[in-house]
Design a protein around this ligand. Structure first.
Ligand code: PEP
Length: 248
């Protein structure tokens, strides 16, 4: 039986508005479950999210700058996120890696910036379909994880969350089977354990990739899956609440 508290984070991506925030906040008022819940709307809604959401629900950002402050037009700094009430920030999402060229070094720099401002990073790792079919899943996800571990040190993971998100399952409706996801999670945990058994056993590993209300419970029941990072299904109040309730 895992001692890790489950966590469910909703990644709105570039979707949603003030009305959706009201609906999500309204539905989460009734949430009494045992998971940590994090809502990650786009930047303009973060402060409003902190004001609207119940106190037991955390707010997270979807990205941040690797720079502290200064002449970086369009960027958002970690301290700003912290000041408007964020507790978490998603880092290294596959869309950031693929569409905005974020490499492991930049991901590690963002991770360090987040922690320096008191934010908990949700570090995303995941393989493409091509990488999986070539038998490279383990090498890719462990490589992405170790790039950050090597840059920031294993102890930094005492206050971090890892999300395994197979790229082929994000937004496609193709979920990794519970066994496929569990295999990768076990590998990630073993990789952490080589550096620190304590960190490995306490770090929460989320699964993300087409999690829905009807497949969440089975995924979350796997021994190394400690919750989920939810995209599309976090945009509907009922389905997000149902997924939160599936995390026990
Ligand atoms: C995501 O955005 O991180 C994600 C997992 O999306 P979806 O749940 O829609 O696949």
């Amino acid at each position: 039986m895992s001692q890790r508290k489950p966590l469910v984070a909703g990644n709105w991506k570039m979707n949603g508005n003030q009305a959706l925030l009201g609906e999500i906040a309204g539905s989460l008022v009734s949430y009494q479950g045992g998971a940590d819940v994090v809502v990650c709307p786009p930047f303009p809604y973060l402060a409003a999210a902190r004001a609207a959401l119940p106190g037991n629900v955390q707010v997270g950002a979807q990205n941040l700058s690797d720079q502290q402050d200064g002449a970086f037009t369009g960027e958002v700094g970690a301290a700003m996120l912290s000041e408007v009430g964020c507790g978490y920030v998603i880092i290294g999402h596959s869309e950031r890696r693929a569409l905005y060229g974020e490499d492991d070094a930049l991901v590690a720099a963002k991770f360090a910036r987040a922690q320096a401002a008191g934010l908990v990073p949700i570090l995303c790792v995941g393989e493409t379909l091509e990488e999986r079919e070539a038998g490279n899943t383990e090498a890719v996800v462990c490589g992405q994880l170790l790039a950050v571990v090597d840059a920031v040190g294993i102890d930094a993971f005492a206050s971090a969350v890892i999300a395994y998100e197979p790229v082929w399952a994000i937004g496609t409706g193709k979920t990794a089977s519970p066994e496929q996801a569990q295999d990768v999670h076990a590998t990630l945990r073993a990789t952490l354990a080589e550096k620190s058994p304590n960190i490995a056993s306490s770090t929460r590993l989320l699964y993300g990739g087409s999690v829905k209300a009807d497949n969440a419970a089975l995924l979350f029941s796997q021994s190394d899956i400690d919750g989920g990072l939810i995209g599309g299904a976090s945009l509907t109040a009922d389905s997000f609440l149902a997924i939160c309730q599936a995390a026990k």
